[in-house]
Design a protein around this ligand. Structure first.
Ligand code: ATP
Ligand code: MG
Length: 442
């Protein structure tokens, strides 16, 4: 809950010149972020609220899948990466640092080595498996071309999970669990994220998927069966203990990134095949013993034989999702937040702050909504009514309650749905009950 007069919401009236796509423009205009240097941003209050809501959904679904949260550092020692052989391979995307003792360090672009180091210190037996550890932590990649705001940043927030198993069969179960967790995660954010078969590199097999949401401004070209758009498959999830059948049915519907798409080997009727652009919001990957072998992360099997751990890693671009959701949900007036990630539940607009009739009605609604467990934002500023209405549309809260002197004289306020644009007049009491019910239904 917040009164705008006590808040920090630096909205911009003009379109910032540097922003090429809607989400970047709207995030700057709605006072969500401020650029610090190329691809590096401060998160202002409104942006931080959304980022944290997305983070919470990601965390809940990771926990539901059985993954366990940890927090690894942002700064890592070079030695770990020398052990895996990636210190030299990673190239210029890695930010390399020296401490005062001239020890080589780096700002982590990802954490396979770090988590393998943790597990090799503590895991001895197959009995400790399966294990999936995740964290939500800032990463740094010195991208050649940081652009589109938080979409391709240099510093960005990622959820990365790492699974440890005794065999490839066991790793497949871990992979499938994450696969389903991802579908649930994105669906809770109001997104249709299509799992696309992605390159597995030298490991081969079918165990790598990129989760891609459709947007014309996306950087990935994708081919997929049109049924992905018609069916809400995520809500129909049903699966047995191993999750195998479900995932088979998901992957049986064609969806590939343009690197993997081969017209000669695509049996989808051309009328059913769509070619669009999309944004990669998640990536899951099985890579076997690629890190456990060189780094000596080995456990004993039931037979007592040493076995390097079979690993997978599972990323979600938490900060990229803020931009991705806006790309998927906005109009010419601004952002339209899905309720689950909206920074506030309801915006109350006092069209005439300081007026003897509108002030008490706004207070009544504000208190009523707070008491009902909602998180309202009250615009009690001295801006013009036109500016207030425009700002509220811009920041995209799902519901608005508009309180003006004339309506108050008639005993009503206006309740507007930002998504449909529908507005209804009702008493203040009715507005509180109705909005509380809406929130309860979520
Ligand atoms: P991309 O192909 O977009 O560079 P990637 O394959 O390098 O992505 P991963 O290493 O799989 O990405 O990272 C996991 C997730 O982190 C990605 O799916 C994406 O959502 C997010 N991500 C990766 N790079 C960035 C970035 N520069 N800015 C914001 N998010 C990013
Ligand atoms: Mg990349």
């Amino acid at each position: 809950m917040m009164r705008l007069s006590n808040y920090f919401l630096p909205v911009l009236k003009e379109n910032p010149k540097e922003a090429q796509i809607a989400s970047h423009r709207l995030m700057l205009r709605a006072g969500m972020i401020q650029q610090s240097s190329a691809g590096i941003y401060s998160w202002l209050p409104l942006g931080l609220k959304v980022l944290e809501k997305i983070e919470s959904i990601v965390r809940e679904e990771q926990n539901n899948s059985g993954a366990i949260e940890i927090k690894m550092p942002t700064i890592q020692p070079a030695e770990l990466w020398q052990e895996s052989g990636r210190y030299d391979d990673y190239g210029l995307e890695m930010l390399r640092i020296q401490d005062r003792h001239e020890r080589d360090m780096l700002y982590g672009p990802t954490n396979e080595e770090q988590v393998t180091d943790i597990c090799r210190s503590h895991l001895r037996s197959y009995k400790s498996l399966p294990l999936n550890l995740y964290h939500i932590q800032w990463k740094f990649r010195d991208e050649v071309r940081p652009r589109f705001g938080v979409m391709r940043g240099r510093e960005f927030l990622m959820k990365d999970a790492y699974s440890f198993d005794i065999s490839q069969d066991a790793a497949r179960i871990a992979y499938n669990k994450m696969f389903v967790a991802y579908l649930k995660t994105f669906s809770r954010m109001g997104l249709t994220a299509i799992p696309m078969e992605a390159d597995t590199g030298p490991i081969g097999g079918d165990m790598s998927h990129e989760f891609i949401i459709l947007a014309d401004t996306g950087e990935s070209g994708v081919y997929f069966h049109k049924d992905w758009l018609d069916t809400n498959m995520v809500t129909d999830i049903s699966y047995d203990q191993d999750l195998q059948p479900v995932v088979d049915s998901f992957t049986s519907l064609y969806a590939k990134t343009d690197e993997k798409h081969d017209p000669a080997n695509c049996d989808v009727d051309s009328a059913d095949l769509l070619n669009r652009r999309g944004i990669e919001v998640g990536h899951i990957f099985y890579f076997g013993t690629k890190y456990s072998e060189p780094m000596g992360a080995v456990v004993n099997t039931a037979e007592g034989a040493p076995q390097p751990l079979h690993m997978g890693s599972y990323g979600i671009g938490v900060s990229r999702l803020v931009g991705g959701i806006i790309e998927a949900s906005h109009d010419e007036r601004g952002i339209i937040w899905p309720a689950s990630v909206s920074p506030f539940d309801v915006g109350i607009i006092n069209l005439k702050s300081g007026h003897e009739k509108t002030d008490p009605v706004c207070e009544q609604i504000y208190q009523g909504l707070c008491d009902a467990g909602l998180d309202p934002l009250l615009d009690d500023s001295s801006d013009s009514s036109g500016a207030k209405l425009a700002s509220m549309d811009l920041i995209g809260l799902p519901w608005q309650v508009i309180v003006g002197p004339r309506n108050v004289d008639n005993g009503v306020v206006e309740v507007k749905n930002r998504h449909t644009g529908e507005a209804q007049e009702m008493s203040a009491d009715k507005a509180i009950t109705m909005l509380a019910e809406q929130a309860g239904a979520r």
